[in-house]
Structure formats: C-alpha cells, structure tokens
Write a protein that binds this ligand. Structure first.
Ligand code: SF4
Length: 65
C-alpha cells in the first residue's frame, strides 16, 4: 500500500510570496494566500511538496506522515 502524507498550511504565517507555487504544481494562490490543491498526497507527489516546504521563507508549510 502506498504511503500517504498530510500537508498543513499555517495560513496566518503565509505572507503570500507565491514561491511555493513556482516549485510545486500542488500549490496555488487563493486570495493572496497559498493553498494546497490536495492536502493528502502520495509518496510520488512528496518531492515537489517537500521543496515547497523547504523553500517557504516563513515555514508555513508542514508535511507529516
Ligand atoms: Fe505562503 Fe510560504 Fe507559499 Fe510564500 S512560500 S506563498 S509564504 S506558503
């Protein structure tokens, strides 16, 4: 069975810079805040979401198992 990962966004922390959307197509902007299209992702989708987590300047993105 494929492992699943949960995505959490701290909307208060998000400064709306849009960088996450440039590194991962799971991220879009909505009303000047980032928004994940999917909040549960597969291992295959982990890589670019991890990049978004790493690149976010305010650590608003957290990915957990
Ligand atoms: Fe918000 Fe972080 Fe995405 Fe910038 S990179 S839009 S601060 S979640």
């Amino acid at each position: 069975k494929m492992k699943k990962f949960k995505i959490k966004l701290d909307k208060e922390a998000c400064i709306g810079c849009g960088v996450c959307t440039s590194v991962c197509d799971n991220w879009i902007m909505d009303d000047n805040k980032a928004k994940p299209k999917k909040t549960t992702i597969s291992e295959k989708e982990l890589k670019c979401n991890k990049e978004a987590e790493d690149i976010c300047p305010v650590d608003a993105i957290k990915i957990g198992g």
